[in-house]
Design a protein around this ligand. Structure first.
Ligand code: GSH
Length: 215
């Protein structure tokens, strides 16, 4: 029998978009089921997966009869459904979602640089170089915004932090770094010190897995 209360996340270990909800769940210590989607073999474009995600991408979250796609929609849902990593005030709740919209415009350039550098050696380096200044600018914005602050919104970690960090996590694979961005580096270290934190290759399983969660 299907347990509608059980969270089911479909994703891939090479995917920053999958890492974002995966990190939320790991930091929350919630139990869930992970279903791997092999992007290299094109499983995301096969009918069974397209029935869940019409864009032919990961991640997908299933919960209580709902099917949700797009990593930031999933983070929004998880914050609402669990109350975890939600900002304290109404204003800050919207502010956190504003960061998620911004990251989808701006930090996406970090993911693009990494994508072409890691997966598309066949593509003209001009393509990577086109996205690189926007990627660097996004990292600068994060660093500047964290001046004198611990978290992007309010006084605690929210979906804004998880979403922004999650999409930039593979930056080193694109030759990007936080080395000259001390506020962003301290913020990353703060996230890394949280119980349940792990980097994607340690966190996201390569096969279907039942995750027990922590109490
Ligand atoms: N805007 C989407 C982006 C999702 C996305 O780009 N997923 C990538 C992995 S990070 C994917 O599934 N790529 C495989 C493909 O497009 O065929 C989100 O935030 O969820």
């Amino acid at each position: 029998m299907i347990d509608a209360e059980r969270l089911v996340l479909h994703g891939s270990f090479t995917s920053s978009s999958s890492y974002k909800p995966m990190l939320f769940l790991a930091l929350s210590g919630l139990p869930f089921s992970f279903r791997t989607v092999n992007l290299k073999n094109g499983v995301q474009k096969q009918p069974a997966h397209l029935a869940l995600n019409r864009y032919g991408q990961v991640p997908v979250l299933q919960h209580r009869g709902l099917t949700l796609v797009m990593s930031n929609t999933i983070l929004d849902y998880l914050a609402r459904a669990t109350g975890r990593f939600e900002a304290a005030s109404e204003q800050d709740k919207w502010h956190a979602r504003e960061w998620l919209s911004w990251e989808n415009d701006a930090i996406t350039n970090v993911a693009r640089v990494r994508h072409f550098a890691r997966f598309r050696p066949d593509v003209d380096p001009m393509i990577v170089n086109y996205f690189r200044p926007s990627a660097e600018a996004a990292l600068d914005t994060i660093d500047r915004s964290l001046e004198g602050r611990q978290w992007l919104v309010g006084e605690s970690c929210t979906i804004a932090d998880i979403g922004c960090w999650g999409r930039m996590v593979f930056m080193a694979e694109g030759g990007l770094s936080l080395d000259n961005r001390p506020n962003a580096r301290a913020w990353r270290d703060r996230l890394m010190a949280m119980p349940g934190f792990a980097l994607p290759y340690d966190l996201i399983p390569k096969k279907d897995t039942e995750i027990a969660g922590r109490s």
